[in-house]
Design a protein around this ligand. Structure first.
Ligand code: DGL
Length: 271
């Protein structure tokens, strides 16, 4: 495997760019090929079988770019598909759940942890399971927030509508006296300032993207697969989607202004 090959990263839309942002911060020499499944977003309301099928297609597409490792930058696909696709792959595949759950389990002081995510992620119970593995006494309170993903995909990151929805979704959690809240969907760090304001300073917000980038860095080091060559920005970051490339570029530029120049559309159903 070529150590200077890119890392493949995917999500249902723009959310996974919060993971790419952390990869750029932690391991700036690495190249990234990103795929956002904008034709089929959201994943959070789909079945396990469908999310597994989508994930397999995306991995087949990313393999055509000769990626050396894959990051499933989507909690929903990590919950439903990671274990399956990992077994099928001869290159490393990591998800976002483990790293975020571990961090939450470690930093909570009162053992009361909230998790917000898509319906699929919350209903899967995976965060409760993994957090308890690290901290068996933790109490975990999940809340599905299905409207956040479309709000973010529409670019309503600082908007009174997003505020109103966030107030409603977090009302239950506030009554549970949590001291830690996991942003269990990669779209949510994009509305972090709203969540920060609503939850107040007493609640620590955990962004699994940060820990996932560290996990990736350690994995590449351990496998002797870290990039040792610097390449130009155009070659370094490539962005693909399954629909509405221009719309994606406009939102993505607000998240990664220096890296996103253009986005190409590909027929993902053919993979
Ligand atoms: N960003 C994704 C996640 O982390 C997917 C959200 C969705 O498509 O519903 O779960």
């Amino acid at each position: 495997m070529d150590r200077n090959a890119p890392i493949g990263v995917f999500d249902s839309g723009v959310g996974g760019l919060t993971v790419v942002r952390e990869i750029i911060r932690q391991i700036p020499d690495e190249r990234v090929v990103y795929f956002g499944d904008t034709a089929r977003v959201p994943y959070g309301t789909k079945s396990r079988d469908t999310v597994i099928r989508y994930s397999r297609q995306i991995i087949r597409f990313l393999r055509t770019k000769d990626v050396k490792a894959i990051v499933i930058a989507c909690n929903t696909a990590s919950s439903y598909a990671l274990e399956t696709v990992k077994k099928e792959s001869d290159i490393p595949v990591i998800g976002v759940i483990n790293a975020g759950a571990k961090m939450a389990a470690e930093i909570t002081k009162n053992g009361r942890i909230g998790v917000i995510g898509t319906e699929a992620t919350i209903n899967s119970g995976i965060y409760t399971e993994v957090i308890r593995k690290f901290n068996p006494r933790a109490e975990v309170f999940g809340k599905a927030c299905p409207l956040f993903v479309p709000l973010v995909e529409e670019g309503l990151l600082h908007d009174s509508v997003t505020d109103e929805i966030a107030f409603r979704y977090t009302a239950d959690l506030k009554g549970k006296y949590i001291d830690t809240l996991v942003l269990g969907c990669t779209h949510y760090p994009l509305i972090r300032s709203t969540l920060r304001r609503i939850m107040g300073e007493g609640v620590e917000l955990v962004n699994p993207a940060y820990e996932t980038a560290i996990e990736l860095k350690q994995l590449l080091e351990k496998e002797g697969m870290s990039c040792d060559q610097n390449c130009g920005p155009d070659e370094k970051y490539q962005f693909y989607v399954s629909d509405l490339a221009e719309k994606f570029t406009n939102i993505a530029k607000a998240i990664l202004p220096e890296q996103v120049k253009e986005t190409l559309q590909i027929p993902i159903e053919e993979y």
